[in-house]
Design a protein around this ligand. Sequence first.
Ligand code: SAM
Length: 228
Amino acid sequence: MQEALAARGIRHVAGVLLDLGVSSPQLEEAARGFSFARDGPLDMRMDPTSGETAAEWLTRADEKEIREVIFAHGEERFAKSIAAAIVAARGREPLRTTRQLAEIVGRAVRTREPGQHPATRTFQALRIHLNQELEELEVTLPRAVAILEPGGRLAVVSFHSLEDRIVKNFIRGRSTADHLPRGVPVRAAELPIPELRPIGGAVKPSEEEIRRNPRARSAVLRVAEKVH
Ligand SMILES: C[S@@+](CC[C@H](N)C(=O)[O-])C[C@H]1O[C@@H](n2cnc3c(N)ncnc32)[C@H](O)[C@@H]1O
């Protein structure tokens, strides 16, 4: 974003809003291959012009890699049986569609989380992995702060605990003064001023908002202001 702004002669902005994750149009367009609810090619790339599709990765990766990605990025406790089922299934026929994967996962997940499709966590995990979403977020947050003017604000809407944890820790890390060695006499005026100031805590959707827009149910908004 810094380069994009510089190309427009902009050095600093008053605010950066990051609305993370997959968009509704991406979920609703079967051809993008993000959704277990709509049958389409097993793609899941946010940028369909580059990178490996989910089908290509699931065909190439070994069982251990698949298990680790589903466990780490999906927090899925059936990652082991799902990975084994995917490897067994791809031995019988090539993995091509979202419905094919959703059915394989559905058979491998022994218990159901209320109101949640059994493939939800696996699809989230593959999407996060293929699009390097957590790595991108780790890189983007400091860059977003770098382009803020003093008094400017960073607002981030995240949709699952992995993202929110990165945002929370980033804001906390930049909102606390560098630790000084114990016992060193420092006058308050000499204390380093933290770069960020959190504005309130985590903002979550109201019951009324969730009723109106169920997709907002796991959203968390965090805001921080640039001090200097
Ligand atoms: C949750 S959606 C945003 C939805 C949008 N605010 C709206 O209300 O329609 C997040 C968007 O960010 C895009 N995206 C994901 N990773 C990105 C990245 N590294 N850089 C830029 N955009 C990215 C996705 O393709 C997706 O369209």
